[in-house]
Design a protein around this ligand. Structure first.
Ligand code: DSN
Length: 412
């Protein structure tokens, strides 16, 4: 019996259930992954017991001889993996990392420009229900109705007109390569700070499977647990000229003590990300996404932008006559797990949208390749065609488990 089972059998049972769920299902939520056993071990370590407000060698409490080394290693590895001049590894997650950028460069009421949430952006890029849309004057760009892609001329025109102080690139439902050069040019023309939020694609950037914004952007933010495959956390990379502002914004501006267990786990993940196997994994994610896209298109699915250049696929189910939520719930019963998602210009409500979003990071971590993507597309097609057929869902759940057994997941 583990200590957890002895102390709190209820929670132990729930964690065990979740572990089995992760082990036995096809996980296609684009922001999720399987962290390695080494990352999990560091996350669950005694570093959770230590407070360390401040930065290495400049802490407010004593007893930092090991913590300082952990943070320095994480920072150094982040700089090296991404080729960045400075890295701050303390943000608790992506939203706090983004808020720190606002605090570093803006005053309340200043203008900020980002991609609208329903078009594929993130809440913290100025969407109206977020603090970033309430405390700042946010203007939002979207995608073209005909291509489903960002229209860089529209972004440029809007930026020239609105003169934001901060320009965001990146988001949560962008299936195509982001032209960071175009964003950098636009930001430079209007003298704005250019921030690239690479939360979704940081693993692809680290592995060379997506162009890097690091040489072009003033600041780059990211979560650390999506394609990067680290612990739940955030980080900020920036040019040296912005180091002081960013560091002060994170602490003491926004946060207290860093989560040292997470910092250590991030250091481990970054070590893993510097290996050749990680490059192969990053490129395989894209190959899998393209194979899954092609197999879905073959089965009559309508993909926003027609396909995928990264880990993510956004699919409009209007033509299939099934709302996104009905499809995602039916697929969940078949142990193919993804999320319903708004599509650009969605006539339906955000909680009951027209689309589904898929991602290939977690299945790629399990070692699945193009052949398995075709099988997964076939299951999706069958379930979406008959979302009320519980026998079908049960049969596919069994087949999904058999496939999962052939590709063991790390860490669970
Ligand atoms: N929740 C994340 C996602 O799923 O994309 C974004 O913060």
């Amino acid at each position: 019996m583990t200590s957890l089972q002895a102390t709190d059998p209820e929670i132990a049972r729930l964690i065990d259930g979740e572990s089995r769920r992760q082990r036995d299902s096809i996980r296609l939520i684009a922001s999720e992954n399987y962290a390695s056993a080494a990352v999990m071990e560091a996350t669950g370590s005694c570093l959770t017991n230590k407070y360390s407000e401040g930065y290495p060698s400049k802490r407010y409490y004593e007893g930092q001889e090991f913590i300082d080394q952990v943070e320095l290693l994480a920072t150094e590895r982040a700089r090296k993996v991404f080729g960045a001049e400075h890295a701050n590894v303390q943000p608790y997650s992506g939203s706090p990392a983004n808020l720190a950028v606002y605090l570093a460069f803006l005053k309340p009421g200043d203008t900020v420009m980002g991609m609208a949430l329903p078009a594929g952006g993130h809440l913290t890029h100025g969407w109206k229900v977020s603090i970033t849309g309430k405390y700042f004057r946010a203007v939002q760009y979207g995608v073209r109705r005909d291509t489903g892609n960002i229209d860089y001329d529209e972004v440029r025109d809007l930026a020239r007109r609105e003169k934001p102080k901060l320009l965001w690139a990146g988001g949560t439902a962008i299936p195509r390569k982001i032209d960071f050069e175009a964003f950098a040019e636009i930001a430079s023309e209007i003298d704005a700070i250019f921030v690239a939020d690479i939360a979704h694609i940081s693993g692809l950037v680290a592995g060379g499977a997506h162009p890097s914004p690091v040489p072009l952007a003033d600041v780059v933010t990211s979560t650390t647990h999506k394609t990067l495959r680290g612990p739940r956390g955030g980080m900020i990379l920036c040019r040296e000229e912005h180091q002081k502002k960013i560091d002060r914004a994170v602490f003491p501006g926004l946060q207290g003590g860093p989560h040292n267990h997470t910092t250590a786990a991030l250091a481990v993940a970054l070590e893993e990300a510097s290996r050749d196997e990680f490059k192969a994994y990053a490129h395989q994610i894209v190959k899998n996404s393209q194979a899954l896209s092609a197999a879905l298109v073959e089965r009559g699915f309508d993909l926003i932008s027609g396909g995928s250049d990264n880990h993510l696929i956004l699919c409009d189910l209007t033509g299939k006559g099934v709302p996104g939520k009905v499809a995602s719930q039916a697929l969940n019963r078949a142990h193919v797990v993804l999320n319903s998602n708004a599509i650009p210009f969605d006539p339906r409500k955000p909680f009951d949208p027209s689309g589904i979003r898929l991602g290939t990071a977690a299945v790629t971590t399990r070692g699945m390749k193009e052949g398995e993507m075709t099988q997964i597309a076939e299951w999706i097609d069958q379930v979406v065609s008959r979302p009320d057929d519980e026998d079908l869902q049960k049969r596919i759940a069994g087949e999904a488990k058999e496939l999962c057994d052939r590709f063991p997941a790390p860490g669970v």
